[in-house]
Design a protein around this ligand. Structure first.
Ligand code: TXA
Ligand code: MG
Length: 321
């Protein structure tokens, strides 16, 4: 059953906060489009976002912050970024910036990248992030491949009971996704055109805005074939492991030769795909050491989140250019 409450009600906001604090999914109105929100520091909650959207891959998500102090704890701002934030937040602008060292943002949110996308939205979404005390990760609240929702009814039709609560704040004022910008020193890269115009960005920053090259790899980092590959080579669908190889295991089934493996990393002993998704990037990072030549990975089922997990594993295993 779909749960829908008006965002103007204090009780509804309290309930949304309770759900977010406990790993729940809440669809939130923002001035651009409705977002599908979860605590950005909770990997299992973030995994549920991908599951609810039916996204076949782990594209990085936007972190919604409640105030400038939270933004500064999340990402590293240069002078340009700070000037843009002061001019256009809260508002329909997202900045892609280097992650702050102690941001606490889960790697599933950033897709394992060293950058993070940050936005301060207007209204109840901003209040919820401020009250939660942590950023809220939220993509648009639609099933993968469908248009972004601008009313609570759109969200209900697209996601239904896949979300724990929908806050209804009426139609989105802007109705277009946020403009995504990446400051590059002497210019600003436009990663996605959206609700804030390029002319306004150029006027405030004094820098030219350039559309990112379609194949620069910035716009859609998750699409790169060998993106986020560890140093060693990755062997998928392994049923045995040779001495010295490392093993990434899904489930609890023993693997032939595992007692001589260099190391074993568990994605989920109980075979829980949410848990496996939340541990995937950390598992690949732990194997990213020059002395580890081969990483064997046991099969992960292709259903639900397994599709996105396997997509990322196949990229890690792809031939390097
Ligand atoms: O208006 C909006 O931006 C809405 C509301 C809910 O805030 N959100 C939204 O999220 O449109 P989503 O997930 O549908 O789009 C986020 C975009 C994706 O294209 C993603 O690749 C990009 O942001 N992105 C996120 N992190 C990135 C990063 N570190 N580097 C480059 N692109 C990034
Ligand atoms: Mg979207």
């Amino acid at each position: 059953m779909v749960r829908l409450l008006p965002s103007s009600s204090d009780d509804a906001v309290t309930e949304a906060l309770r759900l977010l604090s406990n790993g729940g999914l809440v669809a939130l109105p923002t001035e651009t489009v409705y977002g599908l929100g979860a605590d950005a520091t909770d990997g299992v909650a973030v995994a549920r976002i991908f599951e609810a959207k039916g996204r076949p891959r782990f594209n990085p998500l936007i972190c919604h912050v409640g105030n400038l102090a939270m933004a500064l704890r999340t990402a590293c701002f240069d002078g340009t970024a700070l000037a843009l934030a002061k001019a256009f937040w809260p508002g329909p602008m997202t900045l892609v910036l280097p992650s702050a060292a102690a941001s606490g943002v889960h790697p599933l949110v950033t897709g394992g990248l060293s950058t993070v996308a940050v936005r301060m939205p207007e209204g109840v979404a901003r209040k919820l992030a401020a009250d939660l005390g942590r950023p809220i990760a939220a993509p648009s609240a639609n099933r993968s491949g469908k248009v972004s929702p601008t009313t609570a009814a759109h969200v209900a039709a697209s996601l239904g009971a896949r979300v724990d609560l929908i806050l209804d704040g009426g139609p989105s004022a802007v109705g277009l996704e946020s403009t995504i910008l990446k400051p590059m020193g002497d210019h600003i890269a436009l990663l996605r055109a959206g609700g804030l115009s390029v002319a306004e960005v150029e006027a405030v920053s004094g820098l030219p805005v350039r559309r990112a090259e379609p194949d620069s790899g910035i716009e859609a980092p998750g699409q790169l074939a060998s993106h986020y590959a560890p140093h060693g080579s990755v062997r998928l669908d392994a049923s045995a492991v040779a001495p010295g190889e490392w093993l990434i295991r899904f489930g609890a089934t023993p693997v032939e030769g595992e007692e001589k493996a260099g190391g074993i990393i568990e994605l989920s002993r109980s075979g829980d795909l949410h848990e496996a998704a939340s541990r995937l990037f950390a598992a690949l990072a732990a194997c990213d050491r020059p002395e580890i030549a081969i990483i064997a990975v046991t099969p992960v089922p292709e259903d639900g989140l397994g599709e996105a997990i396997n997509d990322r594993l196949r990229r890690a295993a792809a031939p390097r250019s």
